[in-house]
Design a binder for this molecule. Structure first.
Ligand code: AKG
Length: 270
């Protein structure tokens, strides 16, 4: 897509490193996602149910249900939801090249309860190739874009995502982050950080290269989100999870192409 056709959301995504898309998922889908998630909340750390595993990658963040796309139809619908898929292709899908296409290299649902938070991580200064943020000859060439869907309203005290706007282009690590403020429950005092507020059904799209984390939840109850990380089709799964043959078989060709963009090539006899 030529740059003269980019819209305000594209402009803000480039400038800030994140955008909020309002009312993407209808209440009916949110309800199905929440109900499906309920069935996994009794899992112990590292326990599996089917091809979903509870694997809380950060000790403070809360419950994380990895490979959640294996959780059923509602989660399958998020693979290529019309509310955001065209943007993800535009930002991370290597559009117009011989490797055009997307891949979801990690997908999980997260439940944050009182006391939970997520320390800041990444930032342009890292220069990490997996999440690189590039703009080349009028095209987005982003290594990883996260789709975070709110399953509950997320306001002050709810443990919402925090971002440092523009930090995907930073050259210097934020001095307070470097000093560990975010690890010491002072995450809400980091200068320049912005707490993202959302209504259930809203989507936050952000480049993983932006410095981000989540504020401490002080309210009772739960913050629930689903996060799918999209990158180019040649990417690899982050933690080694594999999509099951049963799931791949039942998906539409469009969805299958995002979970298995490069099918295994074998001789006919193998
Ligand atoms: O839980 C959040 O809002 C942030 C999650 C996060 O930072 C991450 O998954 O990289």
């Amino acid at each position: 897509m030529p740059p003269d056709q980019y819209d305000v959301t594209d402009y803000l995504f480039d400038l800030q490193g994140f955008v909020i898309l309002k009312n993407v998922a209808q209440p009916e889908l949110i309800e199905r996602l929440n109900k499906t998630m309920d069935q996994y909340l009794d899992l112990e750390y590292l326990q599996w149910r089917g091809n979903v595993q509870r694997f809380d990658n950060n000790g403070h963040a809360g419950i994380e249900l990895q490979n959640i796309v294996e959780g059923g139809q509602a989660f399958e619908e998020l693979i290529d939801h019309p509310g955001y898929i065209a943007r993800l292709k535009r930002y991370a899908g290597e559009q117009g090249t011989y490797v055009e296409g997307l891949f979801i290299d990690e997908c999980f649902a997260s439940v944050r309860r009182s006391g939970g938070y997520f320390p800041f991580h990444t930032g342009g200064e890292d220069g990490v190739m997996r999440g690189q943020y590039r703009w080349v000859n009028g095209y987005f060439r982003v290594g990883q874009v996260n789709m975070l869907l709110a399953l509950t309203d997320i306001g002050p005290g709810d443990g919402g995502t925090m971002v440092i706007p523009g930090s995907h282009k930073a050259n210097i690590i934020h001095p307070q982050v470097k000093a560990g403020w975010d690890e010491n429950q002072k995450i809400d005092q980091i200068v320049g950080a912005h707490q993202v507020t959302m209504n259930r059904g809203d989507v936050l799209l952000f480049t993983d290269t932006i410095s981000h984390g989540a504020s401490t939840r002080t309210n009772p109850g739960e913050r629930r989100v689903v996060i799918y990380r999209y990158g180019p089709k040649w990417g690899n799964t982050r933690y080694g999870y594999r999509y099951s043959p049963e799931l791949l078989e039942r998906l539409t060709p469009e969805r299958r192409a995002i979970l298995e963009p490069v099918p295994t090539r074998k001789p006919p006899s193998a």
